[in-house]
Design a protein around this ligand. Structure first.
Ligand code: SAH
Ligand code: SF4
Ligand code: F3S
Length: 445
């Protein structure tokens, strides 16, 4: 008998990738995915612990489900992901609704854990780091999911950097790189399923390093090999750390036409004093020099970043340094967050900046990022740009796709298909998106 499960994903792209794999695992033991909570036998939350708000949201959502389901038979509730890793058995003390706790490096055992729970009704927590076993299991897994035009592919997990604000080294563990061959096999499978863009994922994707005998494979080698797959048109990777960029990778932006000229390269702060307190191990000068080296390889490349505002010790001058670096690099599509104290991280006990000051700085920074974005969009009006079509929208005759630089583009067309590469003339924009019309090939009769 088929059973139904529901999965909700919180957090980053890697959690999205993991949720897809968890769905494949569940389907391999006769569970079908349900898009609603109605009459499900199992609920899985794949969670994020990066900021306090992310963690609180998960507990509040668990509370809502508990209320909603009060009169019904309780489904098996699985708490997976980074909160599971960080809090382990503590979760059972905080809420009696959770049955199974499973960390990001042991979720491949979920089918067996669910079976055990159904038989014994005993709470269970598995937060072991079993990366080799996990990827071996996932490599042999069949998937009946329909692929999207653009799909993620995890190549590396974990982090050895220990930025003083960040939980990731504790929730995902030490840096681990998957085998070169298993990644290439997965890329080929994706292309066979209609995927046209692959986004290589890792917490420190540029630290990818796999040694096979006397050959060492780095990220640039992966990009070269995936580029040979004919039906893959575009390759991207995220997230990179400025300290892991080698010359081969920089050069890849010059010679590898399928590698998109867009790079997410978080700097977090523009102040050397703050970067040091954050244990980032790079300076603003190093970062700006790196940007110049990328621009030398490919003058078209655009950059985006993450910024943390109000890190303990941030004074007005440090904040001005951050605004200054934003002006210098001209970042597009960036993310910014107010610093959140995380349990177990080195910065947790430091003196906090007043929330009002943080909010004021965040607003100023987001206004600057927004202005830069609008200026960039303005320059594209009337230009023809290449778009990879991702889907049809709910509006009649409208489709959605992305430019090489990751702009979100809505365009009108009588008929386009996901996976098509089309030319779009940009006609307007708003703060987040570009709008345009399809340029038809001239048909000569
Ligand atoms: N591995 C990536 C992403 C880490 S998490 C990297 O090194 O950049 C994504 C972003 O969340 C980080 O870049 C950082 O800007 C933000 N972040 C992490 N910890 C945070 C904290 N304690 N408070 C606020 N933002 C945080
Ligand atoms: Fe977190 Fe820093 Fe590692 Fe990124 S590099 S995951 S911010 S510790
Ligand atoms: Fe969140 Fe874990 Fe990703 S803490 S950002 S889900 S690595």
């Amino acid at each position: 008998m088929l059973k139904k499960f529901y999965i909700k994903t919180f957090g980053c792209q890697m959690n999205e990738y993991d949720s897809d794999k968890i769905s494949d695992l569940m389907q391999s033991v006769n569970f079908v995915r349900s898009e609603t909570l109605e009459d499900v036998d199992c609920i899985i939350f794949n969670t994020c612990h990066i900021r306090e708000k992310a963690t609180e949201k998960v507990y509040s959502d668990i509370g809502k489900i508990k209320k909603l389901n009060r009169s019904k038979k309780k489904p098996i509730f699985v708490l997976a992901g980074c909160i599971a890793q960080a809090q382990g058995e503590e979760i059972f003390k905080r809420t009696n609704y959770v049955d199974i706790v499973v960390g990001p490096q042991s979720y491949h055992r979920l089918p067996e854990q669910i079976k055990n729970f159904a038989e014994r009704k005993e709470n269970f927590s598995d937060t072991n780091f079993e990366l080799i076993e996990k990827f071996d299991t996932l490599d042999n897994l069949k998937s009946s999911r329909k692929s999207k035009t653009s799909e993620f592919l995890t190549i590396q997990e974990g982090c050895d950097k220990f930025c003083s604000f960040c939980v990731v080294p504790y929730t995902r563990g030490a840096e681990f790189s998957r085998s070169f061959n298993s990644i290439i096999n997965e890329a080929k499978k994706l292309s066979d399923n209609g995927v046209r863009e692959i986004v290589l994922l890792g917490q420190n994707v540029s630290a990818y390093k796999f040694i096979d005998g006397n050959k060492t494979y780095k990220l640039a080698n992966l990009i070269d090999e995936i580029s040979k797959i004919n039906s893959i048109y575009r390759i991207r990777f995220t997230t990179s750390h400025p300290n892991d960029m080698d010359q081969e990778l920089i050069e890849a932006f010059k010679y590898q036409k399928k590698l998109m000229p867009q790079l997410h390269l978080p700097i977090q702060s523009g102040s050397n004093k703050i970067l040091k307190l954050m244990n980032r191990k790079h300076t603003r000068e190093y970062y700006l020099d790196l940007i110049a080296r990328f621009k030398e390889a490919n003058s078209k490349i655009e950059f985006s970043s993450d910024f943390i505002i109000g890190f303990p010790g941030e004074e007005e001058q440090d904040f001005q340094d951050t605004l200054d670096i934003i002006n210098k690099v001209n970042f597009i599509n960036s993310y910014s967050f107010i610093y959140s104290q995380r349990p177990g991280t080195p910065a947790v006990d430091r003196d906090q900046i007043l929330l009002d000051i943080c909010k004021d700085r965040l607003m100023k920074l987001q206004t600057l990022l927004g202005d830069i974005q609008i200026n960039n969009s303005k320059k594209l009006i009337g230009k023809k740009i290449e778009v990879l079509v991702e889907n049809k929208t709910k509006t009649v005759g409208q489709f959605f796709g992305r430019s090489k630089f990751m702009h979100s583009i809505f365009f009108n067309s009588e008929n386009s298909n996901p996976g098509d590469l089309v030319d779009i003339e940009i006609t307007s924009y708003n703060s987040k998106n570009l709008f345009g019309i399809l340029q038809k090939e001239e048909v000569l009769v």
